[in-house]
Design a protein around this ligand. Structure first.
Ligand code: HEC
Ligand code: HEC
Ligand code: HEC
Ligand code: HEC
Length: 382
């Protein structure tokens, strides 16, 4: 064995294939499955702003901060002030180049088949992909494997390091950005993962390399904190071995949603501004009002077939009452999978065959669904 495969040669081979693979062309599936509508992917062209959830939402935020551009936008878009208040999602979608360099490809495959909430500070989650995404996902996982960053071997994790690691977790500012289950409930900054999932997402060796120098993995919002290897190992051992369920000195902060004004006799304007025009239209556009663009919910996307369903016009929302209500209730069935309780595995659920709506976004609040139901019951007044 060792005569035919000398170690030095093996090492050189592994290295060559890793760097060649990093230059390998990315699979077409990133574009055909519309991953580029949300993610930055190295060497793949970004979706144009009119088709980019992340690009257009970031653009709205930037215009809001620029007085001259804002004045112009107000002239063109009559509802502009409402847009600035409403847009809250897709500001911190992970870069897939950095993700590929550190995440375990087996975790990525399982996650793409059945996603859950990794970043508790983000209201949105990864979208659930459809049956037509299967071959594309194989290509995407292969691309992830090829881009894994080679790292050095590190000592086996030891529980003796937990106290030192936990102390560093607070003194080196990790806890200001990251949640760690219920032990550090956070939620931290939107872009930072809850570290209770890191033991499933990354290998022990990659964790040490990442904690020591995240910038070596690509462009990321996590700063290099100048830690020694010993400190990085202690932090890694805390992250992979400590019980994420409880922390003696911290209590979960209760959050309450802002109260909403009740509407006694809802009209189209009310359901449009709270549900259909605010959320659904972004994936279910009317081509007549969008230069032919229809969105992934109407024309098909993320591996799901076309539905032909636009939710921008009164007529279509009225005509599709039963499908719409059923789709919103399916999202409630999927919701227990979204948030992972501290220290537990993501809850296994029987997913309805068709995905719940809105896809990858929090379920519509119960009082807004009640509003839509009341509006239909009243005969859908215009
Ligand atoms: C509508 C927006 C949207 C689309 C489209 C989308 N994603 Fe995501 N994706 C997200 C968000 C948001 C997250 C982060 C969720 C979280 O951390 O809870 C995410 C997370 C991920 C992650 C985990 C990365 C990490 O660092 O945690 C992978 C892998 C991923 N997406 C791959 C894909 C692929 C492949 C496609 C195309 C088939 C795709 N995504 C399409 C929004 C999207
Ligand atoms: C061309 C610009 C543009 C694009 C592209 C776009 N949006 Fe939006 N988005 C907006 C505006 C404007 C609002 C505010 C709408 C309102 O107030 O009625 C908004 C609001 C939203 C909201 C409700 C507020 C929030 O942030 O939770 C959701 C959900 C949403 N968009 C999802 C998406 C998704 C998913 C995509 C990609 C398929 C997308 N958007 C693409 C401009 C855009
Ligand atoms: C300024 C905010 C910030 C600080 C401080 C910070 N991180 Fe991070 N960290 C992030 C962000 C943002 C990411 C996600 C990077 C990405 O997706 O590109 C991340 C990712 C990680 C990951 C990968 C987890 C995963 O599941 O993908 C680990 C592990 C991690 N950080 C550990 C630490 C440790 C340990 C410290 C303290 C020494 C620390 N971080 C300090 C922002 C921060
Ligand atoms: C992130 C994009 C996205 C958003 C936001 C979204 N949808 Fe969808 N929608 C899809 C996709 C993709 C499909 C195709 C899935 C399928 O085959 O059922 C779909 C399908 C549907 C269907 C067809 C299901 C059937 O009966 O065949 C309905 C109804 C629907 N959506 C309603 C809604 C409503 C109501 C909202 C807002 C509360 C909404 N959608 C928001 C992407 C989206």
């Amino acid at each position: 064995m060792s005569a035919r495969f000398p170690l030095a040669l093996l090492g050189a081979l592994a290295y060559a294939s890793a760097s060649e693979a990093a230059d390998a062309p990315p699979p077409a599936a990133f574009t055909t499955l519309q991953c580029t509508a949300c993610h930055v992917i190295p060497t793949v062209a970004a979706a144009p702003r009119t088709e980019s959830c992340a690009g257009c939402h970031a653009w709205i935020e930037s215009v809001a901060q620029n007085p001259a551009a804002r004045a112009k936008a107000m002239e063109i878009f009559p509802k502009w002030p409402r847009y600035e208040v409403d847009v809250k999602t897709y500001f911190a979608v992970p870069d897939l180049g950095v993700a590929a360099a550190r995440l375990d490809p087996a975790w990525v495959r399982a996650y793409l088949a059945d996603p859950y909430d990794v970043r508790p500070g983000l209201p949105e989650t990864m979208v659930r992909l459809g049956p037509e995404a299967k071959a594309g996902v194989d290509d995407i996982v292969a691309w992830f494997s090829a881009r894994s960053r080679p790292v050095s071997a590190t000592p086996t994790p030891s529980a003796a390091n937990i106290p030192a690691g936990e102390a560093l977790f607070t003194t080196r500012s990790c806890a200001t950005c990251h949640a760690f289950g219920g032990r550090f409930p956070g939620p931290g900054i939107p872009a930072a993962p809850d570290l209770q999932h890191a033991r499933d997402r990354m290998t022990d060796d990659t964790l040490v390399a990442w904690i020591q120098r995240p910038s070596a993995f690509g462009s990321t919002a996590m700063p290099d904190l100048g830690l020694t290897v010993t400190e990085a190992v202690a932090l890694r051992d805390f992250i992979v071995l400590a019980d994420p369920r409880t922390h003696p000195s911290l209590m979960a902060v209760a959050t309450s949603a802002a109260p909403r004004s009740p509407v006694a006799a809802p009209r189209w304007d009310d359901v449009e501004s709270r549900v259909f025009g605010k959320i659904c239209v972004h994936c279910h556009m009317d081509p007549a009002q969008n230069e032919g663009r229809v969105g992934p919910g109407n024309g098909g996307g993320f591996g799901w077939p076309a539905t032909g369903l636009e939710l921008q016009t009164y007529a279509s929302v009225v005509a599709n009452r039963d499908r719409i209500l059923a789709a919103m209730h399916r999202r409630e069935v999927e919701a227990p999978r979204d948030v992972v309780p501290a220290g537990e595995e993501p809850q296994a659920i029987a997913r309805p065959q068709k995905p719940g709506m809105p896809l990858g976004l929090p379920p519509i609040p119960a009082d807004d669904i009640a509003l839509v139901e009341l509006w239909y019951r009243d005969g859908a007044p215009e």
